[in-house]
Design a protein. Structure first.
Lengths: 112, 119
């Protein structure tokens, strides 16, 4: 079975600073990888996804993520964080074999 | 499209009562997922359907929980009897359902959730 680890429970960055959220997965083959964002009181919304091809994936709101097979990682990045990016971020893994698995989430706080 | 619709948005009930949560997936989506989110346990998949058929209900906590999908546009999650530890936010999500593979390989579109409080 697959698993997802988001090592950082909580991250605080200053507005305008760069951001990197870590995600590591465990699966025997290449998985389908997703990053979702959840604003307070709302459901999850897809930021970006990776299935195959170019390992650097662009998403909405200026986010990007890079798939690194050798490190089993799919880290999310943004060059300049805005106050509206404060939210909880979830990495998820899906496979052809069955259900998807979500990480425990990383809460992002943005300092003015 | 209106997106995934869930009702009610908030539910407060007393222990022992029956609770029914409702979900209308996005039209044309073939897969539907029910999740529970709590501070302690994070986001847990309870059950998912593909083409109205339950595929994996291994996440359903116990027999008090049941889910149905009588047609492609409606699903319910029922808790009977409810207990205080069932208090959580329950999300419904839908996806196209495996256009690239299994149901988990497509983007899931989440509803706004139902916040359940059992007193």
């Amino acid at each position: 079975a697959q698993s997802v680890t988001q090592p950082d429970i909580h991250i605080t960055v200053s507005e305008g600073a760069s951001l990197e959220l870590r995600c590591n997965y465990s699966y025997g083959a290449t998985p389908y990888l997703f990053w979702y964002v959840q604003s307070p009181g709302q459901g999850l919304q897809l930021l970006l996804k990776y299935f195959s091809g170019d390992t650097l994936v662009q998403g909405i709101k200026g986010f990007e993520a890079e798939f690194k097979r050798s490190q089993s990682s799919f880290n999310l990045r943004k060059p300049s964080v805005h106050w509206s990016d404060a939210a909880e971020y979830f990495c998820a893994v899906g496979t052809n074999a069955g259900k998807s698995t979500f990480g425990d989430g990383t809460t992002l706080t943005v300092k003015p | 499209d209106a997106g995934v619709i869930q009702s009610p948005r908030h539910e407060v009930t007393e222990m022992g009562q029956e609770v029914t949560l409702r979900c209308k997936p996005i039209s044309g989506h073939n897969s539907l997922f029910w999740y529970r989110q709590t501070m302690m346990r994070g986001l847990e998949l309870l059950i998912y359907f593909n083409n109205n058929v339950p595929i994996d209900d291994s996440g359903m906590p116990e027999d008090r929980f049941s889910a149905k999908m009588p047609n492609a546009s409606f699903s319910t999650l029922k808790i009977q009897p409810s207990e205080p530890r069932d208090s959580a936010v329950y999300f419904c999500a839908s996806s196209l359902g495996g256009t690239s593979g299994g149901p988990s390989t497509d983007t899931q579109y989440f509803g706004p959730g139902t916040r359940l409080t059992v007193l």
